[in-house]
Ligand binder design. Sequence first.
Ligand SMILES: Cc1cc2nc3c(=O)[nH]c(=O)nc-3n(C[C@H](O)[C@H](O)[C@H](O)COP(=O)(O)OP(=O)(O)OC[C@H]3O[C@@H](n4cnc5c(N)ncnc54)[C@H](O)[C@@H]3O)c2cc1C
Length: 401
Amino acid sequence: MASTRTQIGIVGAGPAGLLLSHLLAREGIESILVEDRSRTYVEERIRAGVLEQGTVDILNQTGLGERMNRESLIHDGIEIRFNGTGHRIDFPSLTGGKRIAVYGQHEVVKDLIAARLADGGVIHFEVSDVSVNDFTDTAPKIRYRKAGEGNEIACDFIAGCDGFHGICRPSIPEGILTAYDREYPFAWLGILAESTPAAEELIYTHTDRGFALLSMRSPTLSRLYLQCNPEDDIARWPDDRIWEELQRRTATADGAFRVPEGPILQKGITPMRSFVVEPMQHGRLYLAGDAAHIVPPTGAKGMNLAVADVRTLTTALVAFYKNGDVTRLGEYSARCLRRVWKAQRFSWWMTTMLHLNRADSPFDRRRQIAELDYVTSSETAMRSLAENYVGLPFDDPVAVN
Ligand SMILES: Cc1cc2nc3c(=O)[nH]c(=O)nc-3n(C[C@H](O)[C@H](O)[C@H](O)COP(=O)(O)OP(=O)(O)OC[C@H]3O[C@@H](n4cnc5c(N)ncnc54)[C@H](O)[C@@H]3O)c2cc1C
């Protein structure tokens, strides 16, 4: 078995793993990434697309902003539409000038991979049989196979950034982690379409037919979602049915609004779930991003939380390597979870406020409309939504260089 050594072994080259490797390299800390998919696959995997102000800031501060600043769409607000009428929530005026950027997660991944490889970073793509070993003593190891050959990475710490279906979290012995889980009785049918975005900003709609979200990835690519049943089969959603349903769920009372249609490039159904494990660390294995928690996408928090986790982990690892200080490593899980749970609350709240739950009583439906009315008419309520949407401030005073 070929053996190499590094300081941090990272499993998973999604946003969490790649950004961690990038931030560590800037601090002079070595890492090696292993990823079971190909580079092309991870660079083309369409997922999240809303970057909080803090995510934009960290990418800019660490030299990753060039293409993002050129190609991203900066949004100053969102629209919430119900009863056929739209209500805009203006972020800068409610949050002291904060905004969001629309820039696909796969574009962030492309920028990160390019930066890591340009800096001499090591990413092993298309590996198999990955395992994490000996992380409860001081010499953890990642083992994997590449082109049929066995390999081992000896390291000081392992970062489990391998997403919800990865192997790191299940490698922690039973009884250590507590999982908090909620499944929702709906899913999102998402499409990527070659069509002009319906509006300059995202539109969230609540109707008696269910929820819809009109988003975008560029001036010529729309990302559009429909609430559907988790058991729905995508084969039952031909393109015509998708467009018809989008038109019905986004119609305005005056009948003037139309979603621009175009060829559908990708479509898929994603179930909605809230999930957190506590703690996010065991021994020298630290979980980050979707490996530790997932949120329903309504609050646009998934990738932003992954970024926040690795920011916290970087700060802790820098304190360890520069000053021999283990305090922040010990605090890693608690620090991350404070933010994670607030993002869980916000994502759950946006989801339950906007989706049609067929089990709801007529009382619940009226309460839901009252909540939408309140959140779009009270400045205090709008400020709370805006503050969470653009990303809560970090309570961590240490900035990443
Ligand atoms: C289908 C889907 C759609 C989504 N859509 C949205 C959205 O519209 N809006 C939103 O805000 N959020 C969305 N999210 C959430 C968001 O994309 C995630 O929160 C984000 O990807 C988290 O980043 P991560 O790096 O933690 O995990 P991931 O991006 O999942 O990265 C984990 C990486 O680990 C790799 N990996 C897995 N197992 C192994 C292994 N055994 N060995 C080596 N590598 C491994 C994976 O291939 C992957 O590259 C979506 C998520 C999914 C799954």
